[in-house]
Design a protein around this ligand. Structure first.
Ligand code: FEO
Length: 388
């Protein structure tokens, strides 16, 4: 429960959630952290808090530096409870603290969550707060990830407290990007972006313009590693992800009842292989839809297969398509396929769902009754080779 020094007077004092494996439906195999930061200046300032069940961890870390009752200001960059959940307890310890939050949604959101008349000071882009040697500047970044989000910049420290932006779900004793490495940082930042930030590309583009004008030595997000060595790498990745830039790859996603749709999935894969296009196969019985979504974000082609069960696509396929539609990846090319016994509605339903995602179609859907034979599978492969 030690605080981690970022500079002489700025500390990481957050909580480590080693056990977290799902973040509102998004699989988090490495756990996560909720990052809070303490600035010791003439006014003692805490930036964000932690989930309520980790508040003792935060308080223990703060207490190694200063009595928590001496906190003058709490900057709440985001209402969501993974960052605001510690506020009620901290306000018991430091009842005179002033809470800086965005106008109007931060204040409204915190009031709705905690039903307390704390001393709120709502702020907008361009507002700032002098805490002694430092002046903290606020920029609202609505929808990264909720309407209330803001980021806080300390020019004195050249630190950007970016909240959900640039986060990654990684629980670790290491706090900095270069202690873990670029590969894992980008892998988890990509998964985080695909599953949390993806619908808000336009807002991210706006935020990147603001961020690129700042002199930054450390990005301190609200989840995962602090970024000091790979800042440009992360900014470049965000610039690609926010426009949903594809890498030319394909994914083939399917579920199967008796193996027939699976055979078709392999036939679809064969078409990409024949064209020299990197492709990955994801069975929905073996893969969680949030893991698939990370690949979907940068794929060019998204092919989805389902057999028909009780006049519908399989529930696993419906769940994936619903999840993907909500995250709204842009500029993709889709294809629907599947086997069926007698009615076969599922394949048309999958195609409709791909259209609702605003995907172009590679070709009209293909459905094959009962068990596809080699000739039918080869025909499917050949048909797709023509279209890719
Ligand atoms: Fe990490 Fe939107 O909360």
């Amino acid at each position: 429960m030690e605080p981690i020094k970022i500079t002489d007077s700025v500390y990481w004092v957050g909580g480590i959630d080693w056990k977290l494996r799902s973040f509102h439906g998004y699989r988090t195999p490495r756990g996560s952290t909720y990052n809070a930061y303490l600035i010791i200046d003439e006014k003692v300032t805490l930036i964000d808090t932690v989930k309520s069940y980790l508040v003792d961890e935060l308080i223990a870390r703060v207490s190694k530096i200063i009595d928590p009752s001496k906190i003058d200001y709490i900057i709440s960059n985001h209402v969501e409870m993974d960052h605001s959940g510690g506020i009620p307890r901290l306000m018991e310890l430091a009842p005179n603290a002033v809470i800086y939050t965005s106008f109007p949604n931060g204040e409204k959101g915190l009031k709705r969550h905690y039903k307390k008349d704390f001393n709120f000071k709502p702020v907008k882009t361009g507002d700032s707060l002098n805490i002694g040697k430092r002046t903290l500047s606020f920029v609202t970044v609505p929808m990264i990830h909720w309407p209330d989000n803001m980021i806080t910049y300390s020019a004195y420290d050249k630190i950007l407290f970016s909240n959900d932006a640039f986060g990654q779900h990684i629980a670790s004793t290491q706090r900095f990007d270069d202690e873990i490495g670029l590969d894992i940082l980008i892998e988890e930042a990509k998964s985080y972006y695909a599953n949390i930030v993806l619908p808000y590309g336009a807002q991210v583009q706006g935020a990147l313009k603001v961020v690129s004008a700042l002199d930054i030595e450390v990005i301190c997000p609200s989840h995962g590693l602090l970024i000091r060595s790979y800042i440009q790498g992360v900014l470049n990745s965000y610039a690609d992800w926010c426009v949903c830039k594809d890498d030319g790859t394909a994914i083939v996603v399917y579920d199967t009842m008796w193996g027939s749709t699976e055979k078709m999935a392999y036939a679809v894969m064969n078409a990409f292989e024949a064209k020299g296009i990197k492709a990955r196969l994801f069975g929905l019985q073996q893969n969680h839809y949030s893991d698939i979504m990370t690949h979907a974000m940068t794929a060019k082609y998204i092919c989805v297969g389902s057999p028909t069960l009780n006049n519908n696509m399989l529930p696993t396929v419906a769940a994936f398509l619903t999840y993907m539609k909500g995250l709204a990846p842009k500029g993709k090319i889709g294809f629907a396929f599947g086997s069926y016994g007698w009615s076969g509605q599922s394949v048309g339903q999958v195609e409709e769902a791909l259209k609702e995602c605003k995907f172009e179609l590679l070709d009209n859907f293909v459905k094959i009754p009962y068990i596809p034979d080699e000739e039918e599978l080869d025909k499917l492969t050949a048909q797709l080779i023509e279209k890719i």
